[in-house]
Design a protein around this ligand. Structure first.
Ligand code: PGA
Length: 243
């Protein structure tokens, strides 16, 4: 199964316009049953869009974030139980933009645990900074981001999706070079193999309609987490056609 995830972040996206551009570029003949298209809008749009049959018949909906806490006195937060109430199937966890706001590996693990307990698939983001990459410390860093999760025998990681997103390639318009992507993805795959895990691994970082075919040809990549290029329905449709 391949996955194509749109992360709309905190952008203003008119979903009607988005949909008409998507539809004028993606017709019935392009439907690929081995591709799941997942849209992650902001929470307000998520509640609205996921409840419209015309949309939920065609797309899967995911959240960009969730609280690690149970329902209760946490002003401004959204719990896993709230996601469950509106039938959300996926949730991004540990995105670098959230890690920059203080989401630690411990918090990531708590979120993963809570999501799995409600059968919502966590999409766990990992990836190194430019500094780490420059100092040749990528593998050690990626392993450190995975360690807490891998060591918890109670977590069924086979139910998770991982996204390798080098921070220095996010929102830059230029993705990581193929050799870096290949090296990191095959390292992540090797670590998972050692733990007998067979996980879906995505790539994220400046994926667009022009570079997506080439990146998709890298071994063990099962799809993308797309930011900027998912904001335009036409471009996102063109990426979907490349699967
Ligand atoms: P980008 O974002 O496609 O704009 O680089 C990817 C992401 O942040 O997940």
């Amino acid at each position: 199964m391949k996955l194509l995830i749109a992360n709309w972040k905190m952008n203003l996206v008119d979903h009607q316009n988005w949909l008409s551009s998507f539809d004028s570029n993606f017709n019935k003949s392009h439907i690929n049953n081995s591709l799941k298209i997942i849209i992650c809008p902001n929470f307000l749009q998520l509640a609205d869009m996921s409840q419209k049959n015309s949309l939920s018949n065609r797309f899967i909906f995911g959240a960009q974030n969730v609280s690690e806490n149970p329902p209760g006195a946490y002003t401004g937060e959204i719990s896993v139980e709230h996601l469950l109430e509106i039938g959300i199937d996926y949730c991004i966890v540990g995105h670098s933009e959230r890690r920059a706001l203080g989401e630690t590996d411990f918090i990531v693990k708590d979120k993963v645990e809570k999501l799995l307990s409600k059968k919502i698939t966590p999409v766990i983001c990992i990836g190194e900074s430019f500094e780490i990459q420059k100092n040749n410390e990528t593998k050690t860093f990626l392993l450190s981001q995975l360690e807490l999760l891998l060591k918890d025998k109670n977590l069924n990681l086979n139910k998770c999706v991982f996204a390798y997103e080098p921070l220095w390639a996010i929102g830059k318009g230029i993705p990581a070079d193929l050799s870096t992507i290949k090296t990191s993805i095959s390292y992540i795959k090797k670590v998972f193999d050692e733990y007998n895990l067979s996980l879906t691994i995505l790539y994220g970082g400046s994926v667009n309609e022009k570079n997506s075919s080439e990146i998709l040809s890298v071994d063990h990549i099962s799809g993308f987490l797309v930011g900027n290029s998912s904001l335009d329905g036409k471009e996102f449709a063109n990426i979907a056609k490349n699967f």
